[in-house]
Write a protein that binds this ligand. Structure first.
Ligand code: ADP
Ligand code: MG
Length: 322
């Protein structure tokens, strides 16, 4: 076992939901229009992610599972101009270090490839029939890191975290048909037709989707758009607020506060909106390389963005009142 890969895995792969997040993000980066996730035992026994993206060439496969190997950036300049979800080249190596991985992939030009990795080491690679795209099967997650297993929450909670990640990815990418299946039962299936309202209906239900108001606004740096619940529909937690920056789900206290400002949230009564806020901007204005999970980002011109978000939301809600 490669120790540095295991240490990196500790940072990037905290729990089954991290595996799901990394694999689906890879599928998105590979240009997939259809992604399916299958889990068993909250992902501990098995996670399968299947996509119809670019595939990986047989002679690139080993490299893809090598730490810090990424096909997504080449130069230092690229590091400040990131348009993909991945760029650190850590996920596949980290996942393989703490599980049993099987990959079946085809770039569409030749025969496909099948390979297996155990504790990070490739044990088999062979030609195999496969449709275009990639299917990665992760089995027995954390089988060789008992400390990590102990730290996990109940299967129910771990499953909820998987659902949450998939929901946010679906809301960030309404143009991708995303399916989540738990032990044979379909929990989410989006149409992938680019319609955010329909995706919200898939994620939160039709009733909620029918009570959402669209908003949008832009300046020279940012385009902000999305859906926010009518004031009569509130939640007691902030968990139903999704901030998506160039498709990436992020957490940002200041931007969340800007949403609440626009909504007129009275923080004393804890009435929060359901909101999907999509922000599009030049990747040059975003520093994603703050934390291994890329959940936190640094933004240039954040003050302007906050004003834009607050204004777009309060205008949309005011419009509805008249
Ligand atoms: P990163 O996403 O940061 O580049 P990963 O370890 O997640 O690093 O993936 C390593 C490389 O493997 C990627 O750069 C990409 O070239 C390739 N790859 C991984 N998953 C897929 C996929 N589903 N389809 C096509 N290529 C993939
Ligand atoms: Mg990746």
């Amino acid at each position: 076992v490669n120790l540095t890969n295991q240490i990196a895995a500790g940072e990037v792969i905290e729990r089954p939901a991290s595996v799901v997040k990394e694999l689906v993000e890879n599928a998105i980066d590979a240009g997939s229009s259809r992604i399916r996730v299958d889990v068993i035992d909250a992902g501990l026994k098995q996670i399968i992610v299947q996509d119809n993206g670019s595939g990986i060439a047989g002679n690139q496969l080993e490299l893809a599972f090598t730490r810090h190997a990424t096909s997504k950036i080449n130069t230092e300049h690229d590091l400040f101009n990131i348009s993909t979800l991945g760029f650190r080249g850590e996920a596949l190596a980290s996942i393989a270090a703490v599980s049993q991985v099987e990959i079946l992939t085809n770039t569409g030009n030749a025969a496909g490839t099948r390979a297996e990795f155990t504790a990070g080491t490739k044990t088999i690679q062979e030609d195999a029939a496969a449709v275009q795209g990639t299917q990665i099967t992760v089995k027995d997650l954390f089988y060789n890191t008992p400390a990590r297993l102990k730290y996990l929450r109940s299967p129910r909670t771990e499953m909820m975290k998987i659902v949450d990640i998939i929901n946010r990815l679906a809301l960030g990418y309404p143009q991708i048909a995303l399916t989540l299946v738990n032990e044979g039962r379909t929990l989410l299936q989006t149409a992938g037709n680019g319609n955010l309202g329909q995706t919200v209906a898939n994620v939160y239900g039709r009733n909620i989707a029918s009570k959402m108001i669209p908003f949008s606004s832009s300046d020279s740096d940012f385009t902000v758009s999305g859906l926010i619940s009518k004031p009569e529909l509130t939640r007691s937690t902030r968990n139903f607020i999704s901030l998506l920056l160039n498709g990436r789900y992020i957490r940002n206290f200041q931007l969340a506060a800007a949403i609440l400002d626009g909504y007129g949230t009275n923080l004393a009564v804890k009435h929060y909106p359901i909101a999907v806020v999509q922000i599009e901007t030049d990747p040059l204005l975003v520093d994603v390389n703050v934390h291994p999970t890329k959940r936190e980002v640094r933004l240039s011109k954040e003050t302007g963005l906050r004003r834009l978000i607050t204004g777009a939301i309060s205008d949309a809600l005011l419009d509805k009142e008249v």
